[in-house]
Design a protein around this ligand. Sequence first.
Ligand SMILES: NC(=O)C1=CN([C@@H]2O[C@H](COP(=O)(O)OP(=O)(O)OC[C@H]3O[C@@H](n4cnc5c(N)ncnc54)[C@H](O)[C@@H]3O)[C@@H](O)[C@H]2O)[C@@H](O)CC1
Ligand SMILES: Nc1ncnc2c1ncn2[C@@H]1O[C@H](COP(=O)(O)OP(=O)(O)O)[C@@H](O)[C@H]1O
Ligand SMILES: [K+]
Length: 504
Amino acid sequence: MLKLFDAQQIKAMDTCTVEKQDIQSVDLMERASLALFESLCHLLDEDSHIVIFAGSGNNGGDALALARMLLTKHFSVDVYLINPNGILSADCAANKARLERLLYINEIRSDKDIPQIEKGSVVIDGIFGSGLNRPLSDIYLQIVSVINNSGSIVYSIDIPSGLFVEDNSMNNPDGIVKADRVFSFQFPKLSLLLPENADYCSHLTILDIGLCSECIDEQFSDYSCIERRDIEPMLKKRNTFAHKGVFGHALIFAGSFGKIGAAVLSARACLRAGVGLLTMRIPSCGVEILQTAVPEAMVSAEEEKEWLSGVGGISDKMTIGIGPGIGLCQVTGDLLKTLLTVSSKPMVIDADALNLIAKDESLKLLIPKESILTPHPVELDRLIGCRCLSGYERLQKAREFAETYSVYVVLKGAYTATITPEKKVFFNSTGNPGMATAGSGDVLTGVITSLLAQKYSPFESAVFGVYLHGSAGDFAAKSKSVYSLLASDIIGYLGKAYRGIEKR
Ligand SMILES: NC(=O)C1=CN([C@@H]2O[C@H](COP(=O)(O)OP(=O)(O)OC[C@H]3O[C@@H](n4cnc5c(N)ncnc54)[C@H](O)[C@@H]3O)[C@@H](O)[C@H]2O)[C@@H](O)CC1
Ligand SMILES: Nc1ncnc2c1ncn2[C@@H]1O[C@H](COP(=O)(O)OP(=O)(O)O)[C@@H](O)[C@H]1O
Ligand SMILES: [K+]
């Protein structure tokens, strides 16, 4: 699991590593720059012209060390050191001295010194890193504008200059470098996983720079990134004598007139994710459709033709999922209230079920503890009753909600965040923009309900389900392209996603 840290913690681990490994901080900088150099070389052409912007702190030090390494490979390199106050960090100064022996370093002290960037150049952005302590102003704003308008490929060292590691709600969007790729040292930075910062990082590479693992373990973090190696051990093996009774009975409340497709998608996904038995509670207009499209599912038909109004037959043995396509009728809201009142087991709550809860404050207190709620950002805003101005604010509000109501919140998006009742956040690492298509959320509801029915814990059902769903989406995108991917394709690749998780 990759933990995410704030700027102070990054500094502390830096210092700790230098002590524990008995090295100088400039040696750690050399190691970081070497990892960057090796990774970057794969992306450069022999005749690339490289323009490096270095700041006065350690991010600038990395950039100067990188320039020296690029010279050994005979790249054409221009270096601009931005040094308006004439003060450099010790390691930046050390690398300046090393580089000066090989190359003339241009210094930018005022706006007159800012260069035009030659067309076709590759820009390396080493102006500010995790030490940024205020939004960019003056000469820095001008330099960022020159970089962003240059039309060049831009590679940022550690983090796009001008972007804070965590909260950018008060930042100036014009003072942040827009990078084609960010090479982050050791850990992703939280801000790079938030949707409002998408323009500043098209691709992310994490570079292992050998920070001491003991120093990393000592630092507490509420944020981490789930990787395949975290998911693998969660997979439950199937016993030779297993029968369908072992793999749970899911009961999904889904569909309304015109939205029976949502019920079909969640039903298929639930079965493909491995549930033993599935009953679909749907309005009667959907019975023939569902029985034809998903013969493996049982149907509990509602008396009402077009929407859900009754709970039907439920038992304690069933695991409930509710929401896909159910609409916002008052009678469906009443059904939801009854269901929340009579159930004590965790359930999966999605889509319009979340919108119904948002409309009636009293329902929130009825949600069974440890239930899994799967809102997309707009649904989350409705649920908490306020329009969040940034992904960072939304994440904090979602954490408060998860704690207040003792539930798991799966905040969907590019790096879907599973938030626990203890307010810990686990970002997902699979998935792609092809999944931004109608019905892919219904598929996720089916998958998570299936896992919960199979006795995965609520935490495992959420993070494993989100990972599996994203991984199936990645296989689907490989075959169909991100443009043409359909929610049904995600279901079609769930098997391949399982195969990818099985230990080899
Ligand atoms: N553990 C790690 O991750 C390592 C980090 N290293 C590098 O060190 C960087 C952090 O270095 P620093 O702490 O020196 O931070 P920076 O290189 O980001 O620079 C901070 C300096 O800039 C000044 N400053 C901050 N915001 C400013 C603004 N808006 N306008 C003008 N000046 C401003 C600060 O007062 C400080 O002097 C990382 O991003 C990374 O590039 C590597 O060298 C080695 C290992
Ligand atoms: N850009 C993206 N990258 C990765 N996953 C994505 C992206 N866009 C959407 N998804 C995933 O697709 C699903 C969309 O869910 P939702 O918005 O509820 O769709 P719908 O309501 O159409 O079913 C979520 O699981 C989300 O994480
Ligand atoms: K940078």
